[in-house]
Design a protein around this ligand. Structure first.
Ligand SMILES: NC(=O)c1ccc[n+]([C@@H]2O[C@H](COP(=O)([O-])OP(=O)(O)OC[C@H]3O[C@@H](n4cnc5c(N)ncnc54)[C@H](O)[C@@H]3O)[C@@H](O)[C@H]2O)c1
Length: 312
């Protein structure tokens, strides 16, 4: 049982606190936001239901109150507005991160920092630099959400449980992400054979449509309800649980890569083993030449944004 702090009590922060409370995996949840009234409202609402969950103390906190956290989930910052890309948020959100990351790191020197705010890959890299933590303990939520979306959409397309889809979305959590179609399986059967066996259409065009749907999921939700919250909160709960329970679960979080298909010194999502120490291992996955190209161009785009910040 652990102490988890959440920085930012907006749509993502509050829904994640709810998901964590429901799962009963934290002893204490500290919620911090510059908008104290909004954060207090969320804390009270959660606290009122807490006697129906496993014991968990949900409190409103200052940065000091996050001291000795096991995991700090960072969701503070501007969200995407309709028509905005995740990368458009970089300057605003980096300025916010600079104001609290060094202090959070100093107060909880053994914690794991889980970055959620967008652009998550760029901000995870900057958090790694600002915190001076080992790379294993600075994690971006990455494409865990996009992979979940892929599995849900394919589950629906094939009329099966999405948990039986074995395949990933890798690269940037954003417009340059891609699906690992070349190795994607359903119940250990290559997707092409699975579709033939079940007389379901499967061709390049279907792949493109599904990959585009996965990529545009967030835009479709934001356009209608203003923000995404439930799916991302479930994804974050899954990451936190894998760490706290030392599950050694394979999840596509964003991590610092070195010598990975020629990519160095950039945060991007690849399959990793997650456990008590954060990133326990980065796994090498076989990518087709086209996927390799997409991976490298995703990395180049992230580096461009990092260089832009460093040049300022
Ligand atoms: N990684 C992912 O998969 C993923 C998915 C969805 C959204 N996001 C990102 O998460 C972030 C939050 O999204 P949201 O919808 O919850 O936004 P939101 O506007 O609802 O909440 C953001 C909160 O951050 C707070 N905040 C701002 N500056 C702060 C500071 N210095 N200290 C503490 N709190 C501060 C604001 O007061 C606000 O309550 C955005 O950047 C969004 O793009 C990431």
């Amino acid at each position: 049982m652990s102490k988890i702090s959440i920085i930012g009590a907006g749509a993502i922060g509050a829904t994640t606190a709810f998901a964590l409370l429901q799962k009963g995996i934290a002893r204490e949840i500290v919620i911090n936001d510059i908008n104290q009234e909004k954060a207090l409202g969320e804390v009270l609402d959660l606290m009122h239901g807490s006697s129906l969950c496993r014991p968990c103390n949900v409190t409103l906190g200052t940065l000091e109150d996050t001291k000795d956290s096991d995991i700090i989930i960072i969701t503070a910052g501007s969200p995407q507005k309709p028509g905005e890309t995740r990368l458009d948020l970089v300057d605003k959100n980096y300025a916010i991160f600079k104001s609290f990351i060094p202090k959070l790191a100093q107060l909880s020197p053994n914690s794991i920092l889980l970055v959620v705010s967008n652009p998550v890959d760029v901000l995870s890299y900057m958090t790694y630099k600002l915190s001076d933590f080992p790379k294993e303990r600075v994690i971006g939520s990455g494409t865990v959400l996009d992979t979940a979306r892929l599995r849900s959409l394919l589950g629906k397309y094939f009329g099966i449980d999405g948990r039986n889809v074995e395949g990933y979305v890798l690269g940037e959590h954003g417009d340059s992400e891609f699906v690992t179609w070349s190795s994607l399986m359903i119940g250990s059967i290559p997707v092409k054979s699975f579709s033939e066996q079940n007389s379901i259409t499967w061709d390049k065009e279907t792949e493109t449509v599904i990959a585009e749907d996965v990529k545009n999921c967030a835009y479709e939700v934001i356009k209608r309800k203003g923000a995404t919250a439930f799916a991302v909160a479930i994804a974050l709960e899954r990451i936190v649980e894998a760490i706290i329970r030392d599950e050694k679960t394979i999840l596509t979080v964003s991590t610092l890569l070195n010598d990975y298909y020629g990519v160095n010194d950039a945060y991007l999502s690849v399959p990793t083993i997650l456990g008590r120490n954060g990133i326990e291992k980065v796994l090498n996955i076989q990518l087709s030449p086209t996927e390799q190209e997409k991976f490298v161009s995703s990395a180049n785009l992230m580096k461009e944004y990092i260089d832009r910040i460093n040049d300022k």
